[in-house]
Design a protein around this ligand. Structure first.
Ligand SMILES: Cc1ncc(COP(=O)(O)O)c(C=O)c1O
Length: 384
């Protein structure tokens, strides 16, 4: 039996491959974006309580009312986005589920979608899965500043959407207000839409501010804002994310999410809703401070080892220049480094369409302090 053409276009995940290679040598896995940090107790307790109280059946396709309302309040206070929880918010199976449902609801085969490179590979895969066409606008380290001219050049008559992932994976890029305004101007002039991925919205460093595209004048009705709690509450396995969109788009996204996932896990939605209600600004501030410290420690080690990091402005990954590590490709270099240090990262090719990827590796820094310390020391020893 032949597989679909769609399947043939999907790339195998380098991240999973490195995770397997790492497990074989019992190394420190800095390849996968899973957080080893603890889940806030209030979130776990509320989920357990929901199960004990019998909230174990399907939820409404777009999420339980309590979670949609909690997200709406958070959107108003943190993101400066006004959203009706009854008609505009769709809870789905993680931000990944929200992104896929959005692509299915709003893109036709052949529609072009612009992404900034380096990109998050799942975005590309989701776009390919609906037979839309990714177009890349390359950003350059160390700051990954927006090149407005390149963006303008990437907009063709087939362009439908721009993906903005801020803070970004893998670059850690945090788009400034000015950059978002420049993107918004192009979006409005060419009648495009924006799909954001703001899953790292609380992981912003050095006093930077997270700004949501949908909070900019005129952008609320053109933007699908995607977020989730995998990273913020360290619950990547729970699969709770959401999208926010203009009501008729939200209806279409909700219908697709229903087809794909039926609903996000009901008791876990209760857990996340309780977490959003219970945890105040200090929780989110500490999250940023803690990850900024992890960033400083590990980027310091990379620099010492002669693997210069593009120090991230947010999120919890770092791209390091590993061109001095033996190997022809980044994959060979990643395996060499794993062999010598016991630290696994992802080959840079996974995040670039062009050849630049071969000089980079991405490391996930959301590790426990003790694992991060072990990894930092191993990388520092690599210097000698
Ligand atoms: C940019 C980005 N979006 C989405 C996700 C996944 O989010 P979720 O677990 O909510 O599907 C990740 C995880 O690594 C990510 O880096």
């Amino acid at each position: 039996m032949k597989k679909s053409d769609r399947t043939a276009r999907l790339a195998q995940s380098d991240i999973r491959a490195m995770t397997l290679a790492c497990a074989k040598v019992n190394g420190i896995n800095m390849s996968q974006g899973v957080c080893d940090t603890p889940v806030p107790p209030v979130v776990v307790q509320a989920a357990q309580q929901a199960m004990a109280q019998g909230h174990n059946t399907y939820a409404r396709f777009d999420g339980i009312a309590g979670l949609r309302e909690a997200i709406a309040d958070k959107l108003a206070s943190y993101n400066h986005i006004t959203a009706d929880p009854e008609t505009q918010i769709t809870v789905s199976a993680g931000a990944t589920g929200s992104f896929q449902a959005t692509c299915m609801a709003l893109l036709n085969p052949g529609d072009e979608v612009i992404l900034f490179e380096p990109f998050y590979a799942y975005h590309v895969q989701a776009i390919l899965a609906v037979e839309a066409v990714p177009r890349y606008v390359t950003m350059r380290p160390p700051d990954w500043n927006l090149d407005v001219k390149s963006l303008e050049q990437a907009v063709t008559s087939k362009a439908k959407a721009i993906v903005v992932n801020s803070p970004g994976n893998p670059s850690g890029k945090v788009f400034t207000r000015r950059e978002l305004e420049q993107i918004a101007e192009i979006v409005c002039r060419h009648d495009l839409l924006v799909i954001t991925d703001e899953i790292y919205e609380y992981f912003v460093f050095d006093g930077r501010e997270h700004i949501s595209m949908a909070s900019l004048p005129g952008m609320a009705d053109r933007t699908i804002t995607i977020g989730g709690y995998s990273k913020t509450f360290s619950i990547t396995g729970w699969r709770i994310g959401y999208s926010v969109a203009e009501a008729s788009w939200a209806k279409a996204i909700g219908a697709m999410s229903d087809v794909l996932y039926v609903c996000a896990p009901t008791p876990l939605q209760h857990g996340v809703a309780a977490g959003i209600r219970a945890l105040g600004p200090s929780f989110y501030r500490e999250l940023a401070v803690e990850h900024q410290q992890k960033r400083n420690r590990f980027c310091g080690a990379l620099a010492k080892a002669g693997l210069p990091p593009a120090v991230p402005q947010g999120a919890y990954y770092v791209l390091a220049d590993v061109s001095r590590v033996p190997g022809k490709t980044s994959r060979e270099r990643a395996l060499y480094l794993l062999d010598k240090t016991g630290v696994a990262g992802v080959p840079g090719e996974a995040f670039f369409e062009g050849p630049e990827g071969s000089r980079y590796m991405r490391f996930c820094m959301a590790k426990t302090d003790s694992d991060l310390e072990k990894a930092s020391r191993a990388i520092e020893r690599f210097a000698s």
